[in-house]
Design a protein around this ligand. Structure first.
Ligand SMILES: [Zn+2]
Ligand SMILES: [Zn+2]
Length: 154
């Protein structure tokens, strides 16, 4: 009889443990959730030929809660951060790799040698082309950036 009583108590204890920690329960992995973590969008910078697979192209990545880019961006979930649990209201880490040139629509990365941002993203050739129409500060900034990225390549 004693053995039976112990068994009941053990089961009860286990039951209480489960009730206390409903979120700790291991669920089978949701195949859809797994799926959305796979990067499927090709990102290829026309400047430096950096090639990456990214998760999202657009202005409002679904995995960031507050961000809205002023233009379409190639966004990648930060591969070095674990995904936050579903019930968290915190956005997960992500990085924007680049955007399209607002003139020629070529994809460019954020590297100062590949793109320049002034009201929109420009690839370097288009930026230099447009330069003369810009206010002096923007011109100076692009010239500085061009000079710096040439330094880098030496
Ligand atoms: Zn690049
Ligand atoms: Zn361009």
């Amino acid at each position: 009889m004693e053995a039976d009583e112990n068994l009941v108590l053990d089961n009860e204890a286990a039951e209480i443990e489960r009730m206390k920690l409903p979120q700790e329960e291991k669920k089978p992995t949701d195949p859809e959730e797994e799926d959305e973590r796979i990067a499927r969008i090709d990102f290829l910078c026309s400047g430096c030929e950096m090639h990456e697979m990214v998760h999202y192209f657009g202005r409002k990545p679904p995995f960031s809660l507050a961000i809205k880019y002023p233009e379409d961006n190639y966004v990648m979930r930060d591969p070095f951060q674990p995904p936050p649990p579903r019930w968290h209201t915190k956005a997960e880490y992500y990085i924007s790799l680049g955007a399209k040139c607002s003139i020629c629509a070529k994809t460019v990365c954020k590297d100062p040698g590949c793109s320049f941002y002034y009201t929109a993203t420009f690839c370097m050739p288009c930026g230099q082309e447009k330069l003369k129409n810009w206010p002096v500060e923007a011109q100076a900034r692009l010239r500085k950036q061009l000079a710096a990225s040439k330094e880098d390549k030496k």
